[in-house]
Design a protein around this ligand. Structure first.
Ligand SMILES: C[S@@+](CC[C@H](N)C(=O)[O-])C[C@H]1O[C@@H](n2cnc3c(N)ncnc32)[C@H](O)[C@@H]1O
Length: 178
């Protein structure tokens, strides 16, 4: 397993808690809008969101996409340049927004194909990591909560659900296309 995108830590509990939280938000979204069926999980890694959906009893038409597919069912996709070639109801971006060269443009491209976006972002707190640590992590984006909200709004999504991971570090948002 490569350590690019910190994938050697992908089985740690925090990653699973984030997927479980996202599955609960998608379940609430389905309750609010039963037409939400098709989900593109982009930057899906080892597809733990698919497992979390199954554990939550939520059946969706799920397709995983990733720059570095780890499973034969996962389609190769680069959020920094690619566009989905068919419409979906929702896109999930878990643990990937920190790595995007142009986060806002990626959201704008996805907006053309998806009515909802569910994303996570590790928030910049009062004691941010050093530039050296950010470089080790490979993170290009490390936004405050306000910066994240503005970016999501500027890309054309209105926040309809929000939560934090149990460690209080990672915002998880669901946005509806405006
Ligand atoms: C930190 S992992 C998160 C994986 C998974 N979403 C999860 O929560 O377990 C980041 C994932 O994003 C993928 N990734 C990074 N940059 C990407 C890009 N530009 N386009 C698509 N996937 C990307 C990586 O290959 C990796 O699988």
């Amino acid at each position: 397993m490569t350590d690019r995108f910190n994938l050697t830590t992908q089985r740690e509990p925090g990653w699973i808690e984030r997927a479980d939280l996202a599955a609960r938000m998608l379940s609430a979204l389905r309750d609010a809008d039963p037409s939400v069926q098709r989900l593109a999980d982009i930057g899906c890694g080892d597809r733990k969101l698919a497992r979390a959906l199954e554990a939550a009893g939520l059946t969706m038409d799920y397709v995983g996409y990733d720059l570095l597919p780890q499973h034969e069912s996962v389609q190769r996709f680069d959020l920094d340049s690619d566009r989905l070639d068919h419409p979906v109801d929702a896109v999930a971006l878990l643990g990937v927004t920190e790595y995007l060269r142009d986060f806002r443009s990626a959201l704008e491209r996805l907006r053309a194909s998806s009515r909802y976006v569910l994303l996570s972002h590790v928030l910049r707190g009062p004691r941010p990591p050093t530039p050296q640590r950010l470089a080790e992590l490979g993170w290009v984006n490390h936004l405050s909560d306000g910066e994240l909200r503005s970016l999501v709004a500027d890309a054309g999504f209105e926040i309809c659900q929000q939560d934090m991971t149990p460690d209080g570090k990672t915002r998880v948002l669901c946005g509806r296309r405006t």
